[in-house]
Design a protein around this ligand. Structure first.
Ligand SMILES: Cc1cc2nc3c(=O)[nH]c(=O)nc-3n(C[C@H](O)[C@H](O)[C@H](O)COP(=O)(O)OP(=O)(O)OC[C@H]3O[C@@H](n4cnc5c(N)ncnc54)[C@H](O)[C@@H]3O)c2cc1C
Length: 383
């Protein structure tokens, strides 16, 4: 039987399962809900495609002379920007591709908001499903194969996702397409689907209602002070900031990220994607005129295709060119993997044995000293 990449290096892109001519590789969730390939030894013909196409085994070397460029960008449509994580660039680019008869792939919640999966969208109305960051690893499903069939029909395809999903798609396709546009995000790391599911079950029990809408980046208190907002079927709302919400604390303190995120093979300013989107942290310091508290995107362009795509939405945005190396100082996730939390493995050990909320409280709560320090700081600020 073929040997696949080790668990701590596998990012779950599923390229191996999609290229397998025998269809004998399944992506099976572990107890944290992260999917890993499992080979059916009886059906495996040892062709080696799963290994040779795995982007974690061999990182594709981009043959290009294009020097990456960076921009601060704000979409002019305030309603779209309000619902987007940063400056709303994704929706504008996606809207352009759809207006050309194209298809857009990206991460969407299921109806109950308990899981996140890649879907294809080709109507402006459905774009809202892909809008906004979902801080849960998105299941790639059969989206690479669907994208390939759209490409071969000659339709424009915009495929969006984490850098590892973009590399997975490239590995699966193994060929360049003029009608394919790739857009990734700067990625802190992807959190556990099972922890998110368990957390929502807890929230639903607390409210006695089903969840109907989630925003990880609610801007009621501004873009930088974003909130996790969960709306229930009866109109009740749970809202908390990233410092006090246990799920957001655990995510940002790296308590339940996928193991491969701690040694991400896709960091750097040279990307497989044509365009990279991120929050423009540091905008106040680098170009204060592009900061209004409602969200500014950082856009990194890595190819001529990406440049031409950005030009298509010129009339719908405000943009300013910036120096990429300046931006990296304020957004280290561009080049650096998440630091391993010393409790990450203990969290996984406990998870599933006790209710999710108990494990979150144990490993993700703020210490009493930190809480006291924050209280004093806030009192002094408001004196
Ligand atoms: C898990 C995760 C971690 C991130 N970490 C950082 C970070 O450390 N620093 C930083 O500057 N920016 C980070 N971002 C990116 C940032 O939050 C915004 O997505 C980005 O600024 C684009 O914003 P927008 O306003 O243009 O569009 P939005 O409408 O907010 O973004 C939509 C785009 O995000 C994609 N997307 C949403 N959720 C997922 C998911 N679970 N998996 C794959 N793709 C997804 C959609 O497919 C679509 O392409 C992260 C995003 C995610 C999902």
């Amino acid at each position: 039987m073929m040997e696949l990449i080790s668990k701590n290096k596998c990012n779950g892109c599923a390229a191996c399962a999609m290229v397998c001519p025998q269809k004998c590789i399944d992506m099976v969730p572990d107890k944290m809900g992260f999917r890993y390939p499992e080979i059916d030894a009886e059906r495996c013909i040892k062709c080696g495609l799963c290994q040779s196409r795995c982007p974690a085994y061999s990182k594709t070397v981009k043959k290009t002379t294009f020097a990456p460029k960076a921009y601060a960008v704000m979409g002019k449509d305030e309603k779209i920007r309000e619902k987007s994580s940063s400056g709303g660039v994704f929706s504008l680019i996606a809207g352009y591709v759809i207006s050309q008869g194209g298809v857009v792939f990206g991460a969407a919640f299921d109806e109950a908001c308990h899981s996140v999966k890649h879907i294809a969208v080709d109507s402006p109305y459905d774009l809202k499903k892909l809008r906004g960051s979902k801080y849960v690893q998105s299941e790639i499903g059969t989206s690479y194969a669907t994208a390939k069939s759209c490409l071969e029909q000659g339709r424009k395809v915009l495929f969006t996702g984490t850098p590892c999903q973009i590399s997975g798609l490239k590995a699966f396709l193994n060929k360049e397409y003029d009608n394919l546009y790739l857009q990734d995000i700067v990625c802190h790391g992807v959190p556990s689907p099972a922890v998110w599911d368990g957390y929502l079950i807890y929230i639903e029990k607390r409210f006695g209602e089903k969840v109907k809408y989630v925003s990880f980046r609610d801007k009621t208190k501004g873009w930088e002070e974003y909130l996790l907002r969960i709306e229930m079927d009866n109109g009740a709302v749970y809202s908390n900031d990233r410092v006090n919400d246990l799920y957001m604390r655990g995510f940002l303190h790296n308590c339940f990220l996928r193991s491969s995120c701690f040694e991400c093979a896709h960091k750097g300013t040279e990307r497989d994607a044509d365009m990279t989107l991120a929050d423009f942290w540091g905008v106040k310091e680098i170009c204060p005129q592009m900061q209004d508290g409602k969200g500014t995107s950082l856009v990194i362009i890595s190819s001529l295709k990406g440049q031409l795509l950005l030009e298509q939405i010129d009339a719908e945005i405000r943009k300013q060119k910036v120096v990429l190396s300046d931006v990296v100082k304020y957004n280290p996730a561009i080049v650096k993997s998440a630091d391993l939390n010393s409790n990450r493995n203990k969290f996984e050990e406990d998870f599933g044995k006790k209710p999710t909320i108990t494990v979150l409280k144990k490993y993700c709560s703020m210490s009493k000293i930190k809480r006291l320090k924050r209280k004093i700081k806030s009192l002094l600020k408001h004196k």
